[in-house]
Design a protein around this ligand. Sequence first.
Ligand SMILES: [Zn+2]
Length: 350
Amino acid sequence: MSYKRIVSLIAALLLILLAACKGSEGGNAANSPVPSGAWTEKPTAAPETQAPTAAPTPEPNMAPHSVSLNDNSAAYSQEVRYGGIEELREQYERAAEIGSRHGIYIYIADLVPNWILAHGNETQCDPALVKRSLDQVERILGYYPEGYFDQLLFDEFYGLDLYLVAYSSVAMGYTSFGPEVDPVGGTDMSRMRHFVCIDCEDLLIDTLSNTLPHELAHVTDRRLQYVSEHEEGRLFSEEAWNALNPEGFVYPYDDEELTNEIIEQHVEYLEYFSNSYAMQNPLEDRANLMGYLSRAAMGDSELDPDRYFEPCLIKTEFYLRCLRDAFDTSSWPEKTVWEQALEVLMGGGN
Ligand SMILES: [Zn+2]
């Protein structure tokens, strides 16, 4: 096959895969009856909520994990990859340094490969923007427990790549939401690696610490699901998750079916979801929860227990316990920043 043919085949494959994950909020913010970033914040006159059902609390499974991890040691001693932009010299070095600290690979500006750019992303080469994006990435990654990203490398996954890009106003690969869509992040898992693609400007201006944790939650979900499928007695399963949704609720899954009409029908369920986009499927539900929780946990939104609906907090609490259950937490702190924040939001811990 010609080089061009191979490139276009890869691009076509990526379009299909990436279409599965739109930007965390850019996807249908316009459709959402809940303001972007609300994370189940109560309206001023909050309706009385029905008594939430507590999440199931099975005995913790203390069996050692049988998930064997792929070697990620090279990611901790990365050589600096210099691109061709002299003004970015220091940022190329920082990208390698931050990546080496966390065991992930960070690609900036002209280092972002063409196959990523092939579906509508553009490089972001503005030195000030790149610098501030890396500041933000460094800050956010610093909240994750030591070795967290290593544990995402099992089975066919051999690395985690973070691409800092700019998106074009009409992004190829995201057409199912129409040309007005401006996606802010995406994940994929082709080429035996996870990758996360983030719009630098979004990282700085719009949702602050929401988007990157949202996308990392999608990657994290692959571990939850893998462990659930391969190990006996784990806490997480889609059935257990669904049990925390309102009775009768079914995720539409299909983008096309998440119409305004359905969102309106589901408005009564909104206290169970961080926003209407989270109703699309369980992956977006969990990623949105973690995006919003991260924002609170990382100090970018207010931690006010009176502002949040309890059913959503119960789902979040279950999710965090599932993380503990699905990861080797031997190097984790006693409480992660998410657990600390949730404790505050649930009114002091219960
Ligand atoms: Zn998402």
